[in-house]
Design a protein around this ligand. Structure first.
Ligand code: C2E
Ligand code: MG
Ligand code: MG
Ligand code: MG
Length: 289
């Protein structure tokens, strides 16, 4: 009986697996079609430079609205695309679209650095990085940066570090994304030619309610500054968190307190609103460190 039950378990497991595999391949097929039909879009989330209360950079985030399933999170479809060659095609689309949008912003009088998320697999690919350089050269107003995770470097340090240097030498900016959520190896941090370190929102969302997070965030800011990097806090949702981050010397904040990810026209309006940053100046700090 047990053998029979086990046999059946295996069978059920395999059926579930097959169904899952079919779902994944259907989703990849739809994603490929969305890319071909230009059904993907970019939204832009600003980062507020705390000392000057101005927006100096934005992060492009990919959006996909599936015709029957509705909005699908990039955490889901990027993960799938990374398991196939599709991530390269998607990222080429993202780079071109971001450069086109940036040109439009510059022409409207709004210059900002645009950061794109770059998958580890592509960072390790010298040919892909060469394609990035060729493409940015076609644009006069290009001020592009790439957000990469530490994992991207740890998975293939030799190629990733070499390619990072190539991107930096070409004048592109590098930010380390989601810092603190992975291995956070100081050994890799010291080798990474990065301009900016982004502290993961898991430390920011509980910043004013936990004892340890403020200590970890403050020391991370100090380490990054000592290495010559600027710091962005991700996922800032409250004025209290901003007040604390300001005292700690955090350079930029990003999160719903400043703005949600915006469509290009809404971003342009926000960048054109010269009073926007002033609303963040009043939050004077009740904190002493
Ligand atoms: P990420 O790069 O760490 O992006 C930050 C995520 O946090 C975004 O989710 C953003 O909408 C969300 N977020 C921003 N502010 C707040 C806040 O105040 N509170 C909360 N709770 N969340 C906030 P999103 O857009 O769903 O993106 C998720 C992830 O998908 C990104 O994480 C990034 O890893 C990946 N991704 C998005 N677009 C691309 C892309 O073009 N290429 C690649 N390779 N990955 C992308
Ligand atoms: Mg990012
Ligand atoms: Mg992030
Ligand atoms: Mg993330």
């Amino acid at each position: 009986i047990e053998a029979q039950a086990q046999g059946r378990g295996v069978l059920l497991y395999r059926e579930a697996d097959l169904q899952k595999a079919a779902e994944i391949s259907a989703m990849l097929r739809d994603l490929r079609a969305a890319l071909a039909d230009d059904d993907l879009s970019l939204v832009y989330q600003p980062k507020l430079h705390v000392p000057s209360q101005t927006i100096l950079s934005v992060e492009a985030l990919l959006r996909w609205r599936h015709s029957s399933k509705g909005w699908i999170s990039p955490e889901v479809f990027i993960g799938l695309a990374e398991q196939t060659g599709l991530i390269a095609d998607i990222t080429r689309w993202v780079v071109r679209r971001a450069l086109r949008d940036q040109t439009w912003l510059v022409e409207a009088g709004n210059s900002v650095t645009v950061y794109l998320n770059l998958s580890g697999r592509l960072l390790a690919d010298a040919a892909f990085c060469a394609w990035i350089l060729e493409t940015v050269r076609e644009f006069d107003h290009c001020a592009l940066g790439f957000e990469i995770t530490e994992t991207a470097v740890i998975d293939d340090p030799e190629h990733a570090l070499a390619n990072l240097q190539v991107l930096v030498d070409a004048g592109l900016k590098i930010a380390i994304d989601d810092y603190g959520s992975g291995l956070s190896s100081l050994a890799y941090l010291k080798q990474m030619p990065a301009h900016e370190l982004k502290i993961d929102k898991m430390f920011i969302s509980t910043l004013t309610s936990s004892h340890r997070d403020p200590l970890l965030v403050r020391s991370t800011i100090d380490v990054a500054h000592a290495l010559g990097m600027e710091v962005t806090a991700e996922g800032v949702e409250t004025a209290g968190a901003l007040a604390l981050l300001r005292v700690m010397g955090c350079d930029h904040i990003q999160g719903y307190l400043v703005a949600k990810p915006l469509e290009l026209s809404a971003l342009s309006d926000l960048l054109g609103d010269k009073d926007f940053g002033a609303s963040f100046a009043r939050a004077s700090s009740p904190f002493k460190l």
